[in-house]
Design a protein around this ligand. Structure first.
Ligand code: C5P
Length: 311
């Protein structure tokens, strides 16, 4: 009986140690585990990267998100918005009666490797033969009027996200996410109307009156735009280009980022791969093109992304 009692106590002790050990292992393992299943994941312990990267800034607006008035005041000067903060908030609330309350974003997981290709519109894509490489990524982000038909060999065929601003919007198929880069309240109003009753007004150019795919709509957060300008461009230039904002949101929602189609032509102009440039004095518009390009190079040197510089 005595021996049996001792054996029981030993068994209970061994069992307890096993349970505690298992608990400890399951608690401590994820810290050692890679945050993603890629060969290399964006690391959050790199001081150079963390000086700029702020995971807590939401790339997209959602129904529950409250933009600060301070961020609104920064954003409203980009294209001289006259409407006030409460008009902005009402317009956003109306928009979220039509589009999903939170945008569809693939969360990070140790079980997967989210590869993204960000494809700008630079002429350096011509003759690059990057098409198959671009198509190999899970997420393919294109911008504005970036053409595909006739340019497949150089730019690929697939698009999962297209970042556009109102005056440069194009028709999308029903599998592509529309990522609106808003610059004024009118842009948000346009989105709601173009997805429902149709938009009758105009901006500084005629704009599309109808668009489809309301379930795939995402809207860039003005606070994110400001963060890109402040932290990634050190407030250079007037405001970041659509392409540079797309690149930074790719760093926020992907584990591996490949960058194609960025860089001015030999005259310093942001010409496009599908057309002859008309305005030879374009340069990089209101955007800090050189600073953006240098930052992409730096990110490549720091192995935070892979920059394909074209032909
Ligand atoms: O001209 P567009 O704005 O449609 O081009 C999309 C983006 O591609 C730009 O916002 C810019 O970031 C990038 N671009 C570039 N070099 C070019 C043309 C465009 O870096 N020659």
């Amino acid at each position: 009986m005595k021996a049996k009692g001792k054996a029981l106590i030993v068994l209970v002790c061994v069992n307890t140690i096993c349970v505690l050990w298992r608990g400890y292992m399951s608690f401590s393992l994820p810290q050692d585990e890679n945050p993603c299943a890629c060969e290399r994941c964006l690391s959050e312990d790199d001081p150079w990267f963390m000086k700029r990267f702020n995971k807590s800034v939401e790339p997209f607006l959602s129904a529950n998100y409250n933009l600060s008035e301070d961020a609104f005041n920064w954003w409203k000067r980009l294209q001289l918005e006259k409407g006030n903060f409460s008009i902005f908030r009402e317009t956003v609330a109306r928009l979220f009666l039509t589009v999903p309350p939170s945008p569809e974003v693939l969360e990070s997981s140790p079980d997967r490797c989210r590869t993204c290709a960000v494809v700008g519109n630079s002429g350096n894509l011509r003759k690059s033969h990057y098409g198959p490489l671009i198509d190999f990524h899970d997420v393919i982000i294109r911008m504005n009027a970036g053409r595909i038909k006739g340019y497949e060999v150089d730019v690929g065929t697939r698009t999962t996200h297209r970042v556009m601003y109102l005056e440069n919007s194009v028709d999308l198929d029903n599998t592509t996410h529309l990522v609106l880069a808003p610059f004024k309240i009118l842009d948000l109003e346009w989105l709601t109307k173009a997805l429902t009753t149709g938009f009758k007004g105009r901006s500084y150019t005629p704009v599309k009156s109808k668009i489809k795919s309301k379930d795939l709509v995402m809207v860039l957060n003005p606070a994110f735009m400001r963060y890109v300008h402040d932290m990634w461009l050190e407030k250079q230039g007037y405001y970041p280009s659509t392409g540079f904002m797309a690149l930074v949101f790719a760093l926020h929602m992907c584990d591996m980022v490949s960058v194609f189609g960025y860089g001015a032509d030999s005259d310093g102009n942001w010409s496009h791969y599908w057309e002859e440039l008309m305005d030879k004095k374009l340069k990089t518009g209101p955007h800090p093109g050189d600073t953006e390009y240098r930052m992409i190079q730096e990110l490549d040197e720091q192995q935070k992304l892979k920059f394909y510089t074209g032909f």
